[in-house]
Design a protein around this ligand. Sequence first.
Ligand SMILES: [Zn+2]
Length: 400
Amino acid sequence: MDKTLADLIRISNITGKDPALIQGGGGNTSVKTPDGKFLYIKASGTDLKNMNARAGWCKLRLAPVLAIMKDKSIAKLGAQPREAKIVKHLLLACTDKASVASRPSVEAHLHAMLDNRCVIHLHPVAVLSFACARNGEIELKKLFKKIENHKLKIKNVSPPLWIPYAHPGFALASQIAKLLADYQNRFGKKPAVLFLQKHGLIVSAHTPDAALKLLRTVINRCKGKLKYPKAVKAKRPNKKIVAEIKQCISEALFKATGKHTVIKYFYDGQIAAFCRDKNAKKLLTPPALTPDELLYVNGPAMWLDDCGPKKNTRRLNSLIKKGKTPPVAFLVKSVGLFVAAPVRVAPAVRDIVKNSFVIRTNAFRLGGICALNKAEQNFINRWEADAFRKKLATGTPAGV
Ligand SMILES: [Zn+2]
């Protein structure tokens, strides 16, 4: 196997199996060939942990990918035709005839813009705890005044760059392009660490090992400032109660939407700890924090004090009347987490919901929770590229 491709699969598999770093089909990785002519990148709709020598990636010619951001005709288009055109350009940049199932990541041009060969983009819970907090930017600045880590032999890394939230796709890429140019003027090189508000983290380095080391340094430094709710040893609730609640949620959803949904139940020490938090209900009030939380969960888990189907049907109906899609996750006090999603998506929903507990708890401590606003939510709900991924994975969104 090509060494560049082997490197890509290695960094993807290592990072992709940790739900504290990435959940579901989110995130993307890339490695440029040593001659700087090609870029191997994760395919859209693939999980990082599932990439292998045969599937889950694309090989792109770098020059046409970089040309996308310079094409003035693309910048002038409206959101829908623009994203469609970018996807077409990315497919044309593929070295082999890419099948629909291996469309390159929609963030390929973003990877291409970074000079370092290995790029890792993830949605780590430790970073999002800052990136979804009102004072996140200030706190990260303090924390990363110096990024050098002599123990890990990480040197000459310039300060991280904060990227204010932008709509996924072209808007985000053009915002990053502008900020990278400003940064290069200031520091003489591009940043190795980018914090993306309400979205995640990008690290890059010239070798896969250096990129993985840098990732570990960033995560550990963030973790040092955070509070993780202590997992509690809780007795598993009785099966009859769980079955009754499943039935109640399923009935309420059916009455509100007319659709039958499978309900999965999850319970562990972390879920139990959050259920016991006296602020749980309040922390779950702000809407979706990130595109992933919106795409997979339709917003935060809904807190249920009471499991009567009548009351819950009323709540779900009132959400639908407001034009909202009903939530996918329900947190029931002293019982646990219930997920209304197809079996293959349910674990990703569980991971995002559990991470959101940690993010919300910490963001609250760091000046307050900063969630996606209405316009940001509307854009994601309409986004063509995500519609494609949802379809591709038969009801499974892939995050960004
Ligand atoms: Zn992302």
